[in-house]
Design a binder for this molecule. Structure first.
Ligand SMILES: *[C@@H]1O[C@H](CO)[C@@H](O)[C@H](O)[C@H]1NC(C)=O
Ligand SMILES: *[C@@H]1O[C@H](CO)[C@@H](O)[C@H](O)[C@H]1NC(C)=O
Ligand SMILES: *[C@@H]1O[C@H](CO)[C@@H](O)[C@H](O)[C@H]1NC(C)=O
Length: 390
């Protein structure tokens, strides 16, 4: 109970306090790292001399999304989709020597990076204003899978003239893929290989100490705010002092799995500044429902509304049997958000698993295969080898 309260308090502080003393962070971290923490997609790629294009794509339900491209016009298109509270920058923040986006580009691929509705880069709609209209915030990850991914994929295929692309998703970027490929099965034909990094669908074996607390928090707070952890607040709060930083890292490890050696600790300000890129409360609520039900199913609106929407009092499960595109699974033992046993269960339900890779390092967690200090050597190389076969 005290723990739960302190967690809620911590989040409250996060929302209320904006700025603190800048001394701690400046003393501890090199200027180049602090610079990276303050740059956006364009700034970062300019700094490291990569040519970035920005594109807008409008979904069927009129959200305007930002797509970014490291352009190799003749290269095979690869589409990368970030996770919850994250954005396209996740593929670049480890720099040219570590980021998967840069790596694929260096190998000659035409790299496209998506942004889910509601995040820092995709707060736009033809009719609604994200800052003032509650109607903007009526989605969960269901809509991201059902609308955003198909629109983004069609846009990329149209621009490149290819009829298929390779897909990489991290965390929610896999959940949304499973939504799309199960409910809009025609999209399976547009995928050469789906590489699923820390795939999230089932929560039967989840033991994260934070998830139930987060559930409580969401229940209380979702009526007050729409957006969860919009960008920049976290860095300012976490970098006010050594103890603030320690507390933040403790919560982060509780959520993702503790592995302090997994990342380059000199770059922690960069992770903290970019990773919480905002999401809708309903996305978290929808995940919380899966934790409770143990099913991988659509959003639960309550029996009456469910009956209207789904013709059933319970929300329907996503028909995983429809996902006939080849899928490669990459996951880790120490991932508190997606338990490896749940991924093994998922693998049994997916019709075409062509790679089932549980990383041997017992400490690897939810993000080790994306941001890890050794991710390129130990994860990305193999993923790309697999991708080449399809
Ligand atoms: C929103 O989308 C419109 C139309 O594509 C674009 O002109 C505008 O710059 C976008 N606004 C933001 C804040 O991205
Ligand atoms: C792309 O879309 C435009 C406009 O809808 C269409 O005219 C064009 O033929 C498409 N190109 C390809 C390669 O599909
Ligand atoms: C960690 O990040 C810093 C700052 O970007 C960089 O100078 C250093 O080489 C990195 N260390 C490793 C082992 O990659």
């Amino acid at each position: 109970m005290t723990f739960s309260l302190s967690f809620v308090l911590w989040l409250k502080i996060l929302f209320l306090i904006g700025t603190g003393s800048a001394g701690y962070i400046k003393d501890k971290y090199p200027p180049s790292v602090l610079e990276d923490a303050n740059l956006d997609m364009f700034g970062l790629t300019r700094k490291y001399h990569y040519p970035l294009e920005g594109h807008f794509v409008t979904t069927e339900d009129k959200y305007i999304l930002r797509l970014f491209r490291l352009s190799h016009p003749k290269g095979r298109p690869v589409f990368l989709m970030h996770g919850l509270l994250d954005s396209s920058i996740t593929w670049l923040i480890n720099g040219p020597w570590g980021g998967l986006g840069y790596y694929l580009y260096d190998l000659g691929y035409d790299v496209w990076m998506g942004n889910a509705r509601g995040n820092f880069y995709s707060r736009n709609h033809t009719a609604y204003n994200a800052d003032t209209d509650k109607s903007f915030w009526s989605f969960s990850w269901h809509e991201i899978g059902f609308y955003d991914l198909p629109a983004s994929i069609d846009y990329v295929l149209n621009k490149t003239g290819y009829d298929k692309l390779a897909y990489f998703g991290h965390s929610q970027g896999t959940t949304t893929f499973f939504v799309m490929a199960s409910l809009r099965p025609e999209y399976n034909q547009k995928i050469t290989l789906m590489s699923a990094l820390a795939p999230v669908a089932y929560f039967k074996n989840n033991h994260s100490p934070l998830l139930p607390l987060l559930q409580n928090f969401v229940a209380v707070a979702s009526n007050i705010v729409n957006e969860f952890l919009p960008r920049t607040d976290v860095l300012k709060v976490c970098m006010q002092s050594k103890s603030a930083e320690h507390n933040c890292l403790t919560y982060i490890y509780l959520l993702m799995g503790k592995d302090p050696n997994m990342w380059n600790t000199t770059m922690i300000p960069v992770y903290l500044s970019h990773a919480p890129s905002g999401c809708n409360f309903k996305q978290i609520k929808h995940y919380a429902q899966l934790v409770e039900s143990g099913r991988f199913c659509q959003y639960d609106y309550g029996p009456t509304e469910n009956q209207k929407r789904y013709k059933s009092t319970k929300p329907p499960e996503y028909p995983l049997k429809n996902i006939v595109a080849p899928v490669a699974l990459y996951y880790a033992y120490n991932d508190y958000l997606t338990n490896y046993k749940d991924v093994i269960h998922l693998a049994k339900e997916l019709p075409k698993v062509v790679e089932n890779c549980l990383y041997p390092d017992k400490k690897w967690n939810h993000v080790s295969m994306v941001w890890g200090l050794h991710a390129r050597e130990l994860a990305h190389k193999h993923m790309i080898e697999m991708m080449r076969k399809f």
